[in-house]
Design a protein around this ligand. Structure first.
Ligand SMILES: Cc1cc2nc3c(=O)[nH]c(=O)nc-3n(C[C@H](O)[C@H](O)[C@H](O)COP(=O)(O)OP(=O)(O)OC[C@H]3O[C@@H](n4cnc5c(N)ncnc54)[C@H](O)[C@@H]3O)c2cc1C
Length: 488
């Protein structure tokens, strides 16, 4: 069942019109093939089929498809690699899904100015691989970086393990070419920071595909550091590990990454990746320092001292690039490893002030115990970004309901601790109902007005972000009819 329930004749004509724009090879319309696109990586709660999928290869093609959707009155939404974890690329209202994965080129690398321009479907890691030879890298590194696209990163303002020191996507995007929901092509930002006028690029980054479709992105590149030191600190309890996080930053040391994994996560990772994490540990911290060699040697002494103050059981420093890569492989494949300890899981995402981590992690454990649900934790701890992994067994009666209730309680506790319901995965469909806990009706009204300025017809990725946008989703969109579809 597709979400919009387009009349067969309108759908047939829409398919024909899209084929004229992108070629027959760029349109997916067979029901079994459309099933691939029914959800993003939030596979657990929301699924809905698009009416058709279009894979353009250029900005003008994206613009033409968007104009067609507007003419017909059919919803549309962008999708990158579909690794999003909040349902942002789930075609909740059916309609036309515009997938950017054929727009993958690196259009230019400007080494002296440390910039690159890529098409939005370029996979995150490809950019770093392409500029390595020039001693540069692209800093935002979501754990999904082998698959996710830079356009999807812009839409979600993605973070990643190494964003503690370098900042998240918005700190690295200089400009973007965007097809607005009306089909016009706009260039937001530029080649230099801080242009005059409203910061529309700032508004667009993190807008989750609701303000238009980004087709090209100009990003900053960073110089590779002189040296890197990767440390695995092993703790008896998660509380000791989380106190260490604030202790290190409080000492004036900003590691490039500080990732926390608890006992359940360690068990899952070791069963899958064999990264060498000790199975009897209560938690580990993966800490990475980078910069001038002399500086990081001094910082490493400070890090070790803080770890020892917090009753650390062991401090292990990676001696070779292979050892470092293996420690990181464990962390980056943590989410994929949870299949080893749970039939299904729901990966939560919230952020709290760093100093509240010990309290919030304790509360998460209490909530899990009270609901009889196993909850594993992995966290970009330096940022206070927690990812409770709520394990669910659908074969156990009531387990799903208890997991949902536990998840909801965790979100509330994070807000009460002064945090937010998303650290990096976005609101999408999953977190819509929590926004009202963070913002007043007046706050939300302003945000909705901004959205309406970009997308007055409410056709661009409807039903996402706002708690009361049900009226935008699916049923209320009545396509204008075959005549509109027959336009070239
Ligand atoms: C194992 C795993 C680990 C992850 N680790 C991290 C992490 O460390 N940090 C983090 O931030 N996220 C992480 N994520 C979440 C996800 O990878 C990011 O949100 C990523 O930015 C999504 O990119 P994508 O190309 O897959 O986008 P999609 O999932 O396809 O889309 C995400 C949203 O962006 C919109 N969108 C996509 N492309 C465009 C475009 N060109 N223009 C406008 N809007 C667009 C979509 O409509 C949707 O709302 C992880 C996911 C997985 C599965």
């Amino acid at each position: 069942m597709n979400g919009n329930g387009l009349a067969p004749e309108i759908r047939r004509r829409l398919i024909q019109a899209c084929q004229r724009i992108v070629g027959p090879e760029g349109v997916v319309s067979a029901p079994d093939e459309l099933r691939v696109y029914e959800c993003d990586a939030l596979t657990y709660y929301h699924r809905s089929m698009p009416d058709l999928v279009v894979l353009p290869i250029s900005t003008p093609q994206v613009s033409e498809v968007v104009r067609l959707c507007q003419d017909v009155g059919v919803p549309f939404l962008p999708r990158g690699a579909g690794t999003g974890l909040s349902g942002g690329a789930t075609p909740h209202a059916g309609g036309v899904m515009i997938v950017l994965t054929r727009m993958t080129r690196i259009l230019g690398v400007d080494v002296p100015n440390r910039m690159a321009t890529v098409e939005a479907g370029c996979v995150n890691l490809w950019l770093t691989n392409a500029v390595k030879h020039a001693g540069l890298f692209y800093a935002p590194d979501p754990a999904s970086q082998q698959a996710c696209t830079i356009g999807g990163n812009v839409a979600e303002n993605a973070g990643g393990p190494h964003c503690l020191k370098y900042g998240v996507t918005t700190n690295h995007v200089l400009g973007a070419t965007v097809v607005l929901p009306g089909g016009e092509v706009a260039r937001l930002g530029g080649m230099v920071a801080d242009g005059p006028g409203y910061d529309l690029l700032g508004v667009f980054v993190g807008s989750e595909g609701t303000l238009g479709i980004c087709t090209e992105v100009t990003v900053r590149l960073m110089p590779q550091p002189e040296a890197v030191k990767t440390i695995l600190a092993v703790f008896r309890t998660i509380e000791d590990a989380s106190h260490t996080v604030s202790g290190i930053i409080g000492r004036g040391i900003i590691p490039v990454a500080m990732e926390l994994m608890d006992r359940e996560t360690i068990q899952a990772v070791e069963a899958n990746v064999k990264a060498g994490y000790p199975l009897d540990a209560g938690a580990v911290l993966l800490i990475e320092l980078d910069g001038p060699r002399a500086e990081i040697e001094a910082e490493a002494v400070g890090v070790e001292a803080v770890c020892r103050d917090q009753a650390c059981l062991e401090v292990r420093v990676a001696r070779t690039e292979e050892e470092r890569a293996l420690l990181w492989k464990g962390r980056k494949e943590a989410a994929g490893s949870f299949g080893r300890i749970a039939h299904h899981y729901h990966l939560q995402d919230a952020v709290v002030p760093r100093t509240k981590l010990p309290q919030v992690l304790r509360e998460i454990a209490e909530i899990g115990a009270r609901y009889g649900i196993k909850i594993a934790n992995v966290a970009h701890a330096g940022d206070g970004n927690v990812h409770p992994m709520i394990c669910v067994d659908r074969d156990v009666p009531g387990c799903e309901e208890r997991a949902m209730a536990a998840g909801s309680e965790i979100m509330r506790r994070c807000i009460e601790a002064g945090g937010s319901v998303t650290g990096e995965h976005g609101i999408g469909l999953e977190k819509r109902d929590y926004l009202g806990l963070m913002y007043t009706p007046a706050d939300l009204a302003v945000m909705r007005r901004v959205r309406a300025v970009f997308d007055p017809a409410g056709l661009c990725n409807p039903g996402k972000i706002f708690p009361d946008t049900a009226e935008h989703a699916g049923a209320s969109h009545s396509p204008r009819g075959p005549s509109a579809v027959s336009k070239p």
